[in-house]
Design a protein around this ligand. Sequence first.
Ligand code: ASP
Length: 432
Amino acid sequence: MKEKNAAKKWYSWYFEFNLLYRILIGLVLGVVLGLVLKEKILWIQPLGDLFVRLLKMIMMPIILSTLIVGASSVSPANLGKVGLRVIVLYLLTSAAAVLLGLGMGAVFRPSAELTGAAEAAGKAAQAPKLSQTLLNIVPTSIMQVIVNETILAVIFVALLVGLGISYLRVSGDERKEKAAATLYNFFDGIAEVMMLIIKGIMQYAPIGVLSLVSVVFATNGPKVVGSLGVVTLACFVGYALHIIIVYLGLVKFYAKLPIGRYFRDAKDPFITAFVTRSSNGTLPVTMEAAESLGVPKDIYSFSLPLGATINMDGTAIYQGVCATFIALSVWGHGFSLSQMGLIIVTATLASIGTAGVPGAGAIMLLLVLDSVGLKVEAGSLVAGAYAMILGIDALLDMGRTALNVSGDLAVTTIVARRMKELDQSKWNEGDI
Ligand code: ASP
């Protein structure tokens, strides 16, 4: 018995220490270990892969259950108003983000001189077709999309089911109301269990992050400084500008809220997203922040899970910058105006279709490249340039995920404020 207590004490410090600090320490240690130990640290990779697998495992049930509960928590009368505002703001900010990404590409003009070696590094990769991506939103079999993890189709189904429950709950027919309440409680139960599981997974995040980051720095350390350094810089300047101009601008001038007070709560999901590289993984933290900002549960339980999947401004900026990098490296010149238009449309749609898990944006980049004729085929220059980007994807993913998540929270807060639903008791007179 005594021994058991001693064993408990041995690891309990880990759980008692603030999770955010633990993850940050994992991040810094990862950078240091990667740079110092180089390939000697590569054995650690499975620990990072485990973290990504855990997040991917939880993604589908968490999106399905939280969205059904979210959509059925909003009263039918309100759903149209909330849903429309949230979706319009999500789309507008994403389109602005792609434009900013292309702008950053034009300013920084990142490009690489591609050699045969870089060419060979590229592997064949299949880009999803745009029309098919859109059509696939409506599934032919509900069970199949859940099994195949077709994210947009799952969102579509979840919203329909949620809407159905929300209507039946106030239908006036006692039997139907009871049935709807049972279903609501069922999905609510699943959502709560999923939240609990994801909180458990996050306890592993410090180790996962350490491993993922150390592998990136071990394999790319010095390279990140060269042409890829310019890509990284262009992305991060874009991320920063988008936060300042779009989000802080919208929060301050459109929603007229004190920015300092807003950031006090918004920083936790921001940092968590930065280090975990997963919008879905960050969902519980984002929800807590929305709660502290005074957003009513029926708004955030709908808009945050939705935003974690369909609103990806960081991913959109990244796609604008990386598409420019690849065009400059392969063609030697940037995009025409019509190509830019095409990229804005595809990248906005691609960011909607990107799952909120690490690395998903890099897959959707294929769709954007394909739309302007930059096909990633085995041995091609495009594949070489794409492979270079993939090498530093983890780094770019940190910034873009932080931005994706802060966008969800900002839009949610702004919509609540504009609908006069924000709990003002959480905001003080003297807040700046
Ligand atoms: N990791 C991002 C997210 O979870 C998606 C991406 O890879 O762009 O929001």
